[in-house]
Design a protein around this ligand. Structure first.
Ligand code: ADP
Ligand code: ZN
Length: 224
């Protein structure tokens, strides 16, 4: 196995990208880079970026590309990602972002782009019941809450409903996914970088499927 990996996980809101990227980043020992988490951290710290981004996020709109790109450029330039790669979660979401990403990564290339496939009917239920830790971003739900009184099991932070998990913002995010992000699937499959993975089932089942699919896709390069 080649050390490190450069992975992207695409998928609708509520497909389980975040949970699976955390697990993949542990398995391959690569940084998990979530643009949503980075933006939420900026909002919390009230940086200029956070102040600018918050109104887009709360409405379920996309944050403008130039803000995203400069944030990501800084993150990708750090030693850990240059050396080991990354599991990118929530980026790219537009054709312009996908093209810019290839430029930011050069001379490196993506190993695998995963499309985590889950029917819309299923994600709507998951999003409505989703609850997240405000400090570490861990995911819970009304069906699988933290052990004690909405206090995060991992870090002790408060577990809440995201401000953009309202019905209106969810509908808008899913529309934007279809319009802006879904076209990236055929774009990446044309360059033979895409694999589709079924995202239904328990988190453990999905992780096993992902690791098998990723290893399969990367195998030919192991002997290079
Ligand atoms: P979700 O996938 O559930 O929409 P994320 O946590 O990935 O949630 O993102 C939350 C919000 O952050 C998005 O609705 C959007 O406003 C902003 N955002 C995150 N990533 C991007 C991106 N690549 N381009 C534009 N906006 C983004
Ligand atoms: Zn936490």
């Amino acid at each position: 196995m080649v050390p490190g990996a450069r992975l992207i996980v695409l998928g609708k809101q509520g497909a389980g990208k975040g949970t699976q990227c955390v697990r993949l980043s542990r398995h391959y020992v690569i940084p998990h880079i979530s643009t949503g988490d980075m933006l939420r951290a900026a909002v919390k710290q009230q940086t200029d970026l956070g102040r600018e981004a918050t109104r887009y996020m709360d409405a379920g709109e996309l944050v403008p590309d130039e803000l995203l790109l400069s944030m990501l450029d800084r993150r990708l330039a750090q030693d850990d990602t240059r050396g080991r790669g990354f599991c990118l979660d929530g980026f790219p979401r537009t054709a312009a972002q996908a093209e810019a990403l290839d430029g930011l990564l050069a001379p490196f290339e993506l190993d695998v782009v995963i499309n985590l496939e889950v029917p819309t009917k299923l994600v709507l239920g998951r999003l409505a019941s989703r609850r997240v830790c405000v400090d570490c971003g861990a995911n819970y739900s009304t069906f699988a809450p933290p052990k004690v009184d909405w206090i995060c099991d991992i870090c002790g932070g408060e577990v809440v409903q995201r401000p953009d998990d309202t019905e209106a913002a969810i509908t808008r995010r899913l529309d934007l996914y279809e319009k802006e992000t879904a076209p990236l699937i055929s774009w990446y499959s044309r360059s033979n970088r895409l694999i589709g993975v079924d995202g239904e089932g328990s988190p453990d089942e999905v992780t096993d499927r992902l690791i098998r699919a990723i290893d399969e896709q990367r195998r030919p390069r192991a002997g290079e």
